[in-house]
Design a protein around this ligand. Structure first.
Ligand code: UD1
Length: 427
């Protein structure tokens, strides 16, 4: 398995281009199931998770062509679901990536039937899909759980309904937004997630002919239409990639410009970091990051649904807080068991105590490089942030997690003076 080796302690200086959001691109690709015409997506990142989703869609009969034409062809994907040849999402593909469950709603809406493997647990907790299933039942689908599969049927089509989510779920909101676009009559999604990736999906659906009101709010009204058509849509910038490089710049006391992204997507992050002594400012084509002071200050952070501080940046800000003056209380409210990076950061000299859903981080003057192991995507990148700031060498094992969510990570960091290299398997 590949490893990443970092010789830390060098301030990041330079420009880092930010790609399209993985978490927007995945549901947008799934939206292609809703129409027999071609959906062209631009600014799609080149990542393992995107390839996994493409494989799943191909298996349903979708033609997926990456890089058809043009200068930025590697980031353009054309998807055509002229005929859906299978409405089953098999275990082998779903277990690789939970976002596969997003095909459930669109397949039932388009074909009247879907069988999707239950995703099962993952490194950051049990992550149930009950909200997806209950919502689909409200739209009139009959759902059975059989042999590890969700078996949903709506032979006469879905009917609009009022769905009030008891808890905010990004995936359930996306699944039902897509399904409701082809249901008969009006659907209200109440207590819907408001993440920018959902707004991006809703805007693409509107471009495909969907009728959606309340975009960007926690109450979405969808008036179903009999069919959707093709469209061309550009994926929004990745706010988690943006936030990750903000933390990396701050951790190394560097100064970087992030291009192709937007400050408003990371407003909660910028606000928190200001208290820590980091300036994140808008620039013409993105944003800039630098520290106000020589030392960072500890700040408290609580993860929350958007527009709060994202759970997908919790591990990275914890890495930053390990070297801040004073203490920082980091509370995770979205996922259980999302502190797997803590023992690894501790191996680098961090002082962190976990009490239930909170971690108390007492800053140390500096981290020391060490061999570490990553358990999930965001935990692994938090070790990269820590390794960039640490004295000496850090070797990160299980790099495949990083490849799921960060395009050309080593290249982007090396372009800003980081001493980072990938050790290929067997090297
Ligand atoms: C998405 C993101 C993920 C991010 C998360 C929260 C994608 C592909 N992934 O994941 O990176 O960390 O949002 O911002 O966009 N829940 C239930 N029942 C359900 C669904 C969810 O109890 O049916 C719970 C989950 O276990 C979790 C919470 O709700 O505790 C939020 O999960 P959700 O917003 O659904 O996350 P995902 O869509 O899986």
């Amino acid at each position: 398995m590949d490893k990443i080796c970092i010789k830390g302690g060098v301030p990041l200086e330079g420009v880092i281009p930010i790609g399209g959001a993985k978490n927007a691109a995945l549901p947008l690709m799934v939206a292609s199931l809703l129409t027999s015409e071609t959906l062209t997506l631009m600014n799609v990142p080149v990542l393992a998770d995107i390839a996994t989703m493409a494989n799943l869609l191909v298996q349903h009969g979708v033609s997926v062509i990456r890089g058809a034409e043009g200068a930025d062809s590697g980031h353009v994907v054309e998807l055509s679901a002229r005929h859906i040849t299978s409405s089953t999402a098999p275990y082998d593909l779903v277990r690789k990536m939970r976002a596969s469950v997003l095909v459930l709603g669109p397949l039932v809406a388009r074909c009247g039937r879907a069988r999707v493997s239950l995703p099962g647990g993952c490194a950051i907790g049990p992550r149930p899909v009950d909200l997806h299933i209950k919502g689909l039942q409200r739209l009139g689908a009959e759902v059975e759980l059989r042999e590890g599969y969700i078996d949903a049927r709506a032979p006469k089509g879905l009917r609009g309904a009022e769905i009030a989510f008891p808890a905010v779920s990004v995936g359930a909101t996306e699944n039902l937004l897509m399904a409701a676009s082809l249901a008969e009559g009006e659907t209200q999604l109440i207590n819907a997630a408001r993440e920018p990736e959902i707004t991006d999906l809703a805007e693409c659906l509107v471009a495909m002919g969907a009728r959606i009101d309340g975009i960007g709010t926690d109450r979405l009204s969808i008036l179903g239409v009999p069919r959707l058509h093709g469209a061309t849509h550009s994926v929004i910038p990745d706010r988690i990639e943006t936030g990750t490089y903000i933390m990396a710049a701050a951790a190394t006391n560097g100064e970087v410009r992030l291009t192709g992204t937007r400050l408003d997507l990371v407003a909660a992050v910028a606000r928190i970091l200001e208290g820590a002594g980091v300036e994140v400012a808008a620039a013409a084509d993105g944003l800039t990051v630098r520290r106000y002071a020589e030392r960072l200050e500890g700040v408290d952070v609580m993860t929350e649904p958007y527009p709060g501080f994202p759970t997908d940046l919790q591990a990275q800000i914890m890495a930053l807080m390990t070297i801040a003056d004073g203490a920082s209380m980091i509370t995770e409210t979205i996922f259980e068991n999302r502190f797997m990076h803590v023992p690894e950061l501790a191996r680098m000299g961090a002082n962190i105590n976990v009490h239930g859903a909170s971690a108390l981080v007492r800053g140390v003057p500096r981290l020391m490089g060490a061999p570490v192991m990553a358990t999930d995507l965001r935990a692994s990148v938090s070790l990269v942030v820590a390794g960039l700031a640490a004295a000496g060498e850090t070797v990160i094992n299980r790099v495949y997690h990083l490849d799921r969510g960060y395009e050309r990570l080593e290249e982007k960091l090396a372009g800003c003076n980081a001493r980072i290299e990938r050790l290929r398997d067997g090297a």
